[in-house]
Ligand binder design. Structure first.
Ligand code: KG4
Ligand code: ZN
Length: 325
């Protein structure tokens, strides 16, 4: 079964063709990073306008590279939330148009669910029950998954998401936007020598990163930081020191067979290395390009939706605050 995936929830316009939920035939991503960098963050109206310009070229390129022709497709999967309403509307409208003209079934995808399914694109396949740590710009969720489509949220962030914390810390340190990759690059040049707080929130699977961000801000404000690389390394380590032990503890408690990592922050080298090193339970992490937003993960997830007969009508709406349940 060959599925065309479409992703426009935030600032990446992406399309991909994936076979049987596991094999990428083609994948295109048009990033708006440079467009938003001058504003220091994503401007929603600018994002939706750019999606309008990019979506058709991105889909055409993906279809050409898949070499299967439109008749070779079996369905369309599109992200309908969570995300920016104007951006989601571009992808869902185009998906509905293609589904109508090409007479293909359509399925709507939760962006967080798609991040989890990026792991099915790895050479090794996930085994249930599993625990997934989703760490992105808007979420830090610990999700127990007993089967396809069966999600229990064990914990989430009470304030800033991990990616949001990385982005804010990079701004505080003058490292620019997007912050996560900038801190990751800077951290390898420094040592984690600066004392920063870790909110462990014992007895829960929840996270909190706003105190850490404020602590860094105070140090910078008081002129206590004179080495940006050390500050980046210390900040990254403080985040990893919370994410890794809490994930392993939850995995042990629920006797899972595997731990998955996903979302943009899963591209972080410090986090990847530490989780693999510390976990007694097998860990799966997608390659970095499949951690950040892409449409291959949407198409992979779409395959499992079609297997479960989850098909949407053309009245499918966008849900900017969509939850994983
Ligand atoms: O999943 P994603 O691409 O978009 C959302 O769904 O939010 O995640 C974006 C987030 C941003 O906050 C970005 O700074 C962070 O992921 N990120 C990273 C790295 N690459 C992206 N954070 C830390 N280290 C990285 N290498
Ligand atoms: Zn994402």
């Amino acid at each position: 079964m060959k599925i065309l995936g479409i992703e426009t929830s935030c600032d990446e316009t992406a399309a991909a063709v994936v076979e049987d939920g596991v094999k990428i035939l083609s994948s295109e991503i048009s990033s708006q990073v440079e467009l938003h960098a001058r504003y220091g963050g994503i401007v929603p109206e600018v994002a939706s306008r750019q999606h309008i310009l990019s979506i058709i070229p991105v889909i055409s390129k993906t279809m050409n590279e898949a070499h299967i022709g439109w008749h070779g497709l079996d369905g369309i999967a599109v992200t309908n939330g969570p995300g920016l309403a104007g951006s989601l509307l571009v992808g869902t409208s185009v998906a509905k148009a293609i589904a109508t003209v090409k007479e293909l079934p359509l399925t709507s995808i939760n962006h967080l669910e798609a991040h989890i399914y990026a792991n099915w694109l790895s050479s090794q396949k996930p085994a249930f029950p599993l625990l997934c740590l989703i760490v992105s710009g808007g979420h830090s969720d610990l999700v127990l998954m007993r089967d396809h489509g069966d999600y229990t949220i064990l914990g989430r962030t009470r304030d800033d998401a991990a990616g949001e914390a990385f982005d804010k810390a990079a701004r505080i340190l003058g490292l620019g936007y997007p912050g996560g990759p900038a801190i990751d690059r800077e951290a390898v040049k420094g040592t984690a020598s600066i004392n920063l707080p870790r909110a462990l929130l014992k007895g829960t699977c929840d996270f909190s990163f706003s105190g850490l961000k404020t602590a860094l801000f105070r140090l910078v404000e008081n002129g206590k930081i004179n080495n940006t690389a050390d500050a980046a390394a210390s900040f990254q380590q403080a985040i990893v020191d919370v994410l890794v032990p809490k994930t392993i503890a939850a995995a042990r408690q629920h006797c899972v067979k595997q731990i998955l990592l996903s979302g943009g922050v899963a591209a972080n080298r410090g986090l990847r290395q530490r989780l693999v090193k510390d976990s007694p339970i097998p860990v799966l992490i997608p390659e970095p390009i499949l951690c950040t937003d892409n449409a291959a993960m949407v198409a992979a997830c779409g395959f499992f939706h079609f297997q479960a007969d989850k098909i949407n009508g053309l009245n499918m709406d966008v849900i900017p605050g969509l939850k994983l349940s």
